[in-house]
Design a binder for this molecule. Sequence first.
Ligand SMILES: Nc1nc2c(c(=O)[nH]1)N[C@H]1C(S)=C(S)[C@@H](COP(=O)(O)O)O[C@H]1N2
Ligand SMILES: [Mo]
Length: 309
Amino acid sequence: MLIKTHREIPSSEITDPAVFAQRRQLIQSGMALLAGALLPLPAAPSSAATDEEASPADVTPAKYVKSYTNYYEFSYTKEAPTQLAQALQIDPWSVEVSGEVEKPGVYALEDLLRLFPLQERVYRFRCVEAWSMVVPWLGFTLADLLKRVAPTSRGKFVEFTALYQPETMPGQRGRSLTWPYVEGLRIDEAMHPLTLLVAGMYGESLPKQNGAPLRLVMPWKYGFKSIKAIVRIRLLVNAPQTAWRRSAPNEYGFYANVNPEVPHPRWSQRSERVLGANLFTPRRATELFNGYGEQVASLYAGMDLRTFF
Ligand SMILES: Nc1nc2c(c(=O)[nH]1)N[C@H]1C(S)=C(S)[C@@H](COP(=O)(O)O)O[C@H]1N2
Ligand SMILES: [Mo]
């Protein structure tokens, strides 16, 4: 089993990709997403009806995930992107894959969805602001796309660039962050089987405020690494300069692996508020690598975890 079960998450809460990859519904869901509509997929595993083991109570209810977002291109508030992001035109959409690759190309979104069948993966997600959620994403591995474009031996880092469109993105008219939003990974992190390019969640197309039509999801890193509205993926020799490192170099590091031992300069990272929980629900203890250490710790062997942030 590729994705190991974490002891505190019921096994059903972490999706075994081998299981879901076999489900024709998810391949069809790619086609549903192509149609552009928010189509409910009756047999999608997130409905739980098809998975005896599923414990949907542990998945964050979709309404919270859709109405409490971080999307600085639109607003600093959590609520405003829900409305403001609807102005985004996501069809047509294409993603340039370039740089240190043997087969660079521009991929229309529908080509990506045709090439790479969507799998459902239920992941924990932890924002650096110390809130967290559990989301059933629909996506494909970044590794699948990268293998197709064949990175050269010089390609050691991957840079992701989000849409720059100040006409529709009011936040880009200010200097809050350096725009466009840029993120980066080391090539081995990018090739890791947990690293996902996501086009949907909860069995439906990705809502615009959650990063439609294509975003990254890195479950063991703080949420800001999971860049939304990706238009370019570039393989580089050196580490890319990211938007957050440009704007707040003392706060946001390149690695940004979830680590309860390393506090943010302004707050502790030891615990997290569970999105959608009520006032009496205790905070959850934050785990190293957000609970994915068994799968990813080897990527950082020999590195000082304290300098990560
Ligand atoms: N392009 C872009 N991607 C982004 C952000 C952003 O402001 N712009 N915010 C990041 C942060 S800080 C977090 S926590 C997650 C939030 O994802 P969600 O809003 O879908 O929960 O998106 C990340 N990706
Ligand atoms: Mo975040």
